[in-house]
Design a protein around this ligand. Structure first.
Ligand code: FAD
Length: 280
């Protein structure tokens, strides 16, 4: 199919982009890497009056360290994140997960901002941001808001973003000396969307002082497994593993084209165990 007609605008600044998106007479949508939006247009799942192409907005680019956080511009592409020394040094969980996101051609274009705004329930990035306690900076006509990842992902392709707002940056805490990370994903073929996966950030060298565990591909959005987090607190993985797996019973889980709910429940324990045993 071909997309419906739309007006195309390519602003050179963030303020121009926001002005175009704020125009109440236009149903305008931002275009980032286009890896999801272009198919959505072609299938006529989206039909905006105007596409506001963010690819000329320099203010949305770049990856930098700011104190204890890595700040990633919304237009940073997966390939750029994968090649970044800052990311490799300070965000090892990103380095573990990035090779699982789609294929090289998609990673060359797809952006972190696009993935976070889309909030696909099977996408890796929302789960990474939940596990890492990241925050999302958004800008709109009512000003700048910083939203914790815990509050950002609201449901199936639903986020806390309001009409006319843009994600400008993702702020991710840098790894601490005692931090360890785990990531495990099940997919039918490497690079396909996940059937299910889990991302873990844990503090503590032997016993786990604290951890954040986020699943994706289990229901309508990425979710934290807070019961399993509690079960692991103050204990070693070997001691707490069975209790952590039992605590997954409180996770909202839905069957989909990949597997029934019962199979998914079983698989959640499998991926949790593998990611916990691989904590590095
Ligand atoms: P776009 O497609 O340009 O935009 C997506 C949505 O976000 C649109 O609604 C757009 O308006 C909005 N948006 C974009 N930027 C902003 C912003 N800064 N502020 C507010 N709204 C914004 N993804 C995975 O996570 N895992 C996978 O395994 C995976 N496999 C894929 C396989 C294939 C074959 C393809 C084509 C895609 C796959 N994807 C996968 C999706 C890919 O990661 C997309 O790149 C991503 O979901 C969207 O990023 P994008 O930059 O392409 O955004």
């Amino acid at each position: 199919m071909k997309p419906p007609n739309f007006t195309y605008a390519k602003p050179k600044s963030l303020s121009d982009a926001l002005e175009l998106l704020a125009d109440e007479n236009q149903d305008a949508m931002p275009l980032a890497g286009g890896q999801s939006l272009m198919p959505m247009l072609n299938f006529r799942l989206a039909a905006p009056d105007t596409l506001v192409d963010l690819n000329g907005v320099e203010e949305l680019c770049g990856i930098r360290v700011d104190g204890t956080h890595v700040r990633i511009g919304a237009m940073a592409r997966y390939a750029e994140l994968g090649a970044s020394e800052l990311v490799a040094e300070h965000l090892p969980l990103f380095s573990m997960a990035l090779p699982h996101i789609a294929h090289a051609a998609v990673r060359n274009r797809g952006t972190i901002g696009g993935s976070v705004a889309l909030a696909d329930p099977a996408a890796e990035m929302p789960a990474l941001l939940l596990a890492l306690d990241a925050s999302i900076r958004v800008l709109g006509s009512s000003g700048l808001r910083t939203i914790a990842a815990d509050d950002f992902f609201e449901g199936l392709y639903e986020t806390a973003l309001e009409t006319g707002e843009l994600i400008t940056e993702i702020s991710v805490p840098m790894r601490g000396a005692q931090d360890r990370f785990g990531f495990y994903e099940l997919a039918r073929r490497h690079g396909d969307y996940a059937m299910m996966g889990v991302a873990i950030a844990a503090a503590g060298s032997t016993a786990i002082d604290n951890c954040r565990i986020a699943f994706f591909g289990i229901g309508d959005k990425a979710v934290r497994a807070t019961g399993a987090e509690t079960a692991l607190r103050g204990r070693s993985v070997a001691d707490a593993l069975d209790d952590a797996k039992m605590a997954l019973a409180d996770l909202p889980m839905a069957g989909d084209l990949n597997a029934s709910e019962a199979t998914k429940r079983h698989l959640s324990g499998v991926v949790l165990e593998r990611a916990l045993r691989d904590l590095t």
